[in-house]
Design a protein around this ligand. Structure first.
Ligand SMILES: NC(=O)c1ccc[n+]([C@@H]2O[C@H](COP(=O)([O-])OP(=O)(O)OC[C@H]3O[C@@H](n4cnc5c(N)ncnc54)[C@H](O)[C@@H]3O)[C@@H](O)[C@H]2O)c1
Ligand SMILES: O=C[C@H](O)CS(=O)(=O)O
Length: 485
C-alpha cells in the first residue's frame, strides 16, 4: 500500500511478483534528512526472505533467459516510459528520503530512464563470434550468455539511478535480479518493484528487499544460485562483499569510494574552471563518489581561483530540497555531519584556513555550510579520506609533475578533473592520472553512453557504455567437429 498520496511510497517489499511485509513483522523507520521527521516504515527483512527471493529469481531465470533480446528491450523501454511519465512523483520521493534539491532529484530520475533506454538497445547487440578454424572439419563459435541470478546492493546517495545501472544490463542480458537498496533511502528502491510490475516484468525477474544489510548480504553472497554481486557503496563494504563472494567464485562489479583531484593549471580558463569546480564539488551536497575531494591549483592562478571559488561558494543557497533557489540540501544524517566536522577540524589544526563556511548550517542538525578551506597539505586527513560533504580543500602546486604525484597519491582511482587549455598537457594528464574517469575542462561527466567505474580501491567493472553489459554475460566457446563426416 502507498502512503501520503505518492503512489511510489510503498511500505512493502516485492518478491516473486508479490508485495510482502517482513516475516517477523519488524520494520525500519525512514527519516526525512532535512527535517528529521519520520516518513514511514519499510520491512526489516532478513535471511529467510532473502532465500525466498533467490529461489524466485532462480526459477524466473529459466524462462526469462529464453526470451528474445527484443522482448526484453521492449519491457525495458516500457519501464523507461513509466519512469518519465511519473518523473515528478519519483523525484519528490527521492528528495523526501535523500534530501537533494528537487532539480537534482528530477535529473537523477531522468538519468535512471536514460540507463534503461541505453541497455534496452545494448541488449540487442550482444554479438558472438565465428572464429576462423585451423581445422577443416571443425568450426569455432563464441557465444555470450546471461550469468543468471544477480544480487544488487545500492547506496543512499543516488537511491534511484544506481539501480537501473544494474537492473538495466541485467535484464537486457537475460538475467534476473534481487535488489537491496540502502536502509536510509529505501523508497526509491522499492519504487522499482512497482515500475517493474506496471511494465509487465514477469514475477521473480525483479525482486526488491529492504532490511538487515549484513544478513541479507551474507545470504546473497553465500548462495550458489546467485552468480553475480553488483555493489555500489563504500570501499569498506565492498571488501566485505568481495570476501563473502570468494567461496562461490561469483562475478563481481564494485563501484566504490573516491578521492577525486581537480587540477587547475595557470593556463586554464578560470571562469570555466570555477563553474566546473562548483559542479564537481557541491552536487548532492558533496555526497557523490565522483565529487572533487582535493583542488590542486597552480601558483600563478591560485589567488584568483581561491577568490572566485570563495565568492561562488558563499552565494550558494542552502535549505530543504523543495525550497525555491536551494542548491544544497542536508547531508544524509548527523553522523555524516560529524565526519565532515572532524575532517575540517583536523585540517585547521594542521594549519589550513577557512575562507567561507566551515561549520554546521543554521538550517538544521544535518546541514553543513558550503566551505572552502585553503593552504591544504597532503598531511591533512581529507587528502586521503573521502569527505562526502560540501567542503572544498585547496592545495597549491608549482610544477605539473608535482600535481600528478599528489593527485595519484591515494588508494582510490575513480574520477579526476583537469583544467588546462594546453593540448599537450591535457594528453599527458589523461595518460598519467591513474583514474577510471577523467574530465578535461568538464566537472560532471557520467552518462549512459560511457563506461563508468574506478580502478585501484575505487572498484572493479564498468556501468554504462558497451562495456556495461559485459559484466552480466558469460562467454562460451563451442567447437563443432566431425564436419568431414
Ligand atoms: N563508485 C560509485 O559509482 C559510487 C556511487 C555512489 C556511492 N559510492 C560510494 O558509496 C559510499 C556512500 O554510500 P553508502 O554510505 O550507502 O555506502 P555503504 O557501503 O555504507 O552502503 C551501501 C549499501 O551497502 C549496504 N551494506 C552495508 N553494510 C553491508 C554489509 N555488511 N553487507 C551487505 N550490504 C551492506 C547498505 O545497506 C547499502 O545498501 C561512498 O563511499 C561513495 O563513494 C560509489
Ligand atoms: O555518486 C555516484 C554517482 O555515480 C555520481 S554520477 O551521477 O554518476 O556522476
Amino acid at each position: 500500500m502507498s502512503t501520503n498520496g505518492n503512489q511510489f511510497l510503498r511500505e512493502e517489499n516485492y518478491i516473486n511478483g508479490v508485495w510482502i511485509a517482513a516475516d517477523s513483522g519488524k520494520t525500519i523507520t525512514v527519516d526525512n534528512p532535512a527535517t528529521g521527521a519520520a516518513i514511514g516504515n519499510v520491512p526489516d527483512c532478513s535471511t529467510a526472505e532473502t532465500e525466498r527471493a533467490i529461489s524466485a529469481a532462480a526459477e524466473a531465470f529459466k524462462s526469462w533467459r529464453k526470451t528474445t533480446a527484443l522482448e526484453r528491450a521492449n519491457i525495458l523501454l516500457k519501464m523507461h516510459d513509466l519512469v518519465l511519465e511519473n518523473q515528478e512523483e519519483l523525484a519528490q520521493l527521492l528528495t523526501m528520503e535523500q534530501g537533494k534539491p528537487i532539480a537534482e532529484a528530477r535529473a537523477e530520475v531522468g538519468g535512471s530512464a536514460a540507463y534503461l533506454r541505453w541497455f534496452a538497445e545494448e541488449g540487442r547487440r550482444v554479438y558472438g563470434d565465428l572464429v576462423p578454424s585451423p581445422i577443416p572439419t571443425r568450426r569455432l563459435m563464441v557465444m555470450k550468455e546471461p550469468v543468471g541470478v544477480v544480487a544488487a546492493i545500492t547506496p543512499w546517495n543516488f537511491p534511484s539511478s544506481m539501480i537501473p545501472r544494474k537492473l538495466g544490463p541485467a535484464l537486457a542480458a537475460g538475467c534476473t535480479i534481487i535488489i537491496k537498496p540502502s536502509e536510509f533511502t529505501p523508497y526509491s528502491g522499492i519504487a522499482w518493484g512497482l515500475i517493474a510490475e506496471k511494465a509487465g516484468v514477469p514475477a521473480g525477474v525483479v525482486n526488491i528487499l529492504t532490511g538487515d544489510a549484513p544478513s541479507i548480504g551474507k545470504a546473497l553472497c553465500e548462495s550458489e544460485e546467485v552468480r553475480k554481486i553488483s555493489f555500489t557503496g563504500s570501499t569498506r563494504v565492498g571488501k566485505i562483499l568481495l570476501a563473502q563472494s570468494a567461496d562461490t567464485v561469483k562475478k563481481v562489479s564494485m563501484e566504490l569510494g573516491g578521492n577525486a583531484p581537480f587540477i587547475v593549471f595557470d593556463d586554464a580558463d578560470i571562469d570555466t574552471a570555477i563553474a566546473g569546480a562548483i559542479a564537481a564539488k557541491f552536487r548532492n551536497a558533496g555526497q557523490t563518489c565522483v565529487c572533487t575531494n582535493r583542488f590542486y591549483v597552480q601558483a600563478g592562478i591560485y589567488d584568483s581561483f581561491v577568490k572566485k571559488l570563495t565568492e561562488a561558494t558563499a552565494s550558494m543557497k542552502v535549505g530543504e530540497g523543495n525550497e525555491d533557489g536551494v542548491v544544497q540540501g542536508p547531508l544524509i544524517n548527523e553522523a555524516a555531519i560529524a565526519k565532515v566536522e572532524e575532517l575540517v577540524g583536523d585540517a585547521v589544526q594542521r594549519g589550513a584556513k577557512v575562507t567561507v563556511g566551515g561549520g554546521r548550517h543554521e538550517c538544521g542538525q544535518t546541514f553543513f555550510q558550503p566551505t572552502v578551506i585553503v593552504d591544504a597539505t597532503q598531511e591533512m586527513r581529507f587528502s586521503k579520506e573521502e569527505i562526502f560533504g560540501p567542503v572544498a580543500p585547496v592545495f597549491k602546486f608549482e610544477k605539473e609533475e608535482e600535481a600528478v604525484a599528489m593527485a595519484n597519491d591515494t588508494v582510490f582511482g575513480l574520477a579526476a578533473y583537469v583544467y588546462t587549455q594546453n593540448l599537450g598537457r591535457s594528453w599527458r594528464m589523461m595518460e598519467d592520472l591513474k583514474y577510471g574517469l577523467v574530465g578535461i575542462n568538464e566537472g560532471v561527466i557520467a552518462t549512459p553512453e560511457a563506461p563508468f567505474g574506478g580502478v585501484k580501491q575505487s572498484g572493479l567493472g564498468k556501468e554504462g557504455g558497451h562495456q556495461g553489459i559485459d559484466d552480466y554475460l558469460d562467454v562460451k566457446y563451442v567447437a563443432v567437429g566431425g564436419l568431414g563426416m
